[in-house]
Design a protein around this ligand. Structure first.
Ligand code: SF4
Ligand code: SF4
Length: 472
């Protein structure tokens, strides 16, 4: 029986309820009256249940589909404005004891070079990332209690925060490591992490067990209940995700929204972010071997429906997606993207020859961070390097209640402008700087409060004089 308040994975991700929700959506996909009533509710901008979202995902009435896209765009504008938060992944180690069949780091892959960064190598990687202009990282490591114990991860976080190169600093470290214990989550929290990210990969238990035949990750319940342990350990910003292509996308959408319902029901706060990666080619992984691949249109629809279903949850798209695809989904609800990413261990400081690649997946968007920043601004977006909330203690339910009251907007826009100004001063190419200066002078007029506008104008002038790290 579906029970969002249960602490048991099988009950808060209930297979029977997902099957019923999908059957309901299939039966009613042409039911204009019902679809319109769900759209009415969606327009209140308070979110939708997994059943309602599943129905919109299946909707086959063209006119209503157009309304779904335009509502997603409107919600994106109202909640996130034209800001896009920038981040980069940092791979610490690809040692892994698990057997995930879709990942080249699986334990049986004997020919991929195994690497683990030393603290000196981390200094080189982070210096290279700071020199690009990054302020926010997502660290990634395989699961390996011998090579990558929690002490190693904590030491890496400490090192990353301590590196101050020129005007650079990493101000927020998000962590994407394997499911672990409450005690280890507590230690991560104490180390000052931002979001704890763990992709479910698939919510379909039977498929999950087949896709993870060996290693601790095989345990579906332990993996699925990880966010509850993280929250018990004091981490209140968690990031969900599935790997689209492994299972039926309709199942995954219902599953991820049920997971969000569970977090909200038990902890009073939904997921901070949802990531929407699609399976990609890598070393010994061929995506065509997985028969649940989704095309770009379906991908766009998923993004739009997630935007409507959980308006307060940030959405992340990585460089797995092409420039054209990223451009399309930015309008529909994506609020964070990576730029200039390397998906191999040590890939920022050293360019690897292709045949020795240790990349976790092939990057589709290979542009530099400067090119991505330039492109975003040309489309009218403000690339934001803001990390203010976590540093001001605005996390978890505090963040969500400000967000729901529309208050967070008063911080995001000025913070985006000030961090962009820092980027322009320290890292941008000539052309990017010119475009950015014009964008900032236009956007400053859109700060509604005169008092805030004055402070921001002064801070922007101070940034040009060499001062850094202003924030609301
Ligand atoms: S997905 Fe993660 S846990 Fe699985 S093999 Fe790759 S690195 Fe290891
Ligand atoms: S103010 Fe907070 S919510 Fe807004 S961009 Fe900065 S960190 Fe994110």
């Amino acid at each position: 029986m579906y029970n969002p308040k249960s602490m048991k994975a099988d009950e808060f991700i209930c297979h029977e309820e997902i099957a019923a929700a999908l059957a309901f959506a299939e039966e009613n996909k042409s039911n204009a009256e019902l679809l319109r009533s769900v759209m009415e509710k969606a327009r209140l901008r308070k979110g939708l249940t997994h059943r309602e979202a599943s129905l919109l995902l299946d909707c086959d009435i063209e006119e209503i589909n157009k309304e779904i896209y335009s509502l997603a765009e409107q919600i994106k504008k109202d909640f996130y404005g034209n800001r896009i938060v920038m981040f980069a992944p940092l791979y610490l180690s690809n040692y892994c004891v698990n057997g995930c069949v879709y990942c080249p780091y699986h334990a049986k892959n004997c020919h991929i070079p195994r690497k683990k960064l030393t603290q000196e190598e981390i200094v080189r990687e982070v210096t290279a990332l700071q020199d690009m202009g990054h302020k926010r990282l997502a660290i990634e490591a395989g699961e390996d209690p011998v090579n990558n114990p929690i002490e190693y991860i904590l030491e890496c976080i400490n090192t990353i925060y301590s590196i101050k190169h020129k005007n650079g600093a990493i101000r927020r470290v998000n962590v994407n490591i394997a499911a672990t214990t409450v005690e280890n989550y507590r230690r991560l929290k104490e180390a000052g992490i931002g979001t704890y990210i763990l992709f479910q990969e698939t919510y379909h238990k039977e498929s999950y067990e087949k896709l993870h035949p060996t290693g601790p990750k095989h345990n579906y319940a332990y993996h699925t209940e990880a966010m509850d342990r993280a929250m018990e350990g004091g981490i209140d910003d968690v990031g969900l995700g599935v790997l689209f292509g492994l299972e039926n996308y309709r199942y995954e959408l219902a599953g991820i929204l049920m997971h969000a319902e569970h977090l909200e029901a038990v902890h009073g706060v939904g997921p901070h972010t949802i990531s929407v990666p699609r399976i990609r080619r890598a070393d010994d992984i061929d995506p065509s071997e997985f028969d649940n691949g989704i095309d770009d249109d379906t991908f766009a629809k998923i993004v739009a429906v997630i935007r409507i279903a959980v308006p307060y949850t940030g959405m992340i798209v990585s460089t797995r997606e092409s420039k054209a695809c990223r451009e399309r989904v930015l309008h529909l609800g994506v609020s964070q993207i990576s730029g200039g990413s390397r998906t191999s261990v040590g890939g920022y400081a050293d360019e690897e020859p292709e045949d020795e690649s240790s990349a976790q997946f092939d990057v589709e968007d290979r542009r530099t961070l400067d090119e991505v920043v330039n492109w975003l601004m040309t489309m009218g977006y403000i690339p934001s390097f803001c990390t203010a909330c976590y540093r001001e203690g605005r996390t978890g339910d505090r963040f969500m209640s400000l967000c729901k009251a529309g208050q967070i907007q008063n911080c995001c826009h000025p913070n985006a402008l000030m961090t962009l100004q820092e980027y322009l001063e320290d890292y941008a190419s000539e052309d990017t700087k010119n475009i950015g200066e014009k964008l900032i002078s236009r956007e400053i007029e859109n700060v509604p409060s005169e008092k805030v506008r004055k402070i921001v104008t002064q801070n922007l002038a101070d940034i040009k004089q060499g001062k850094r790290d202003f924030r609301f």
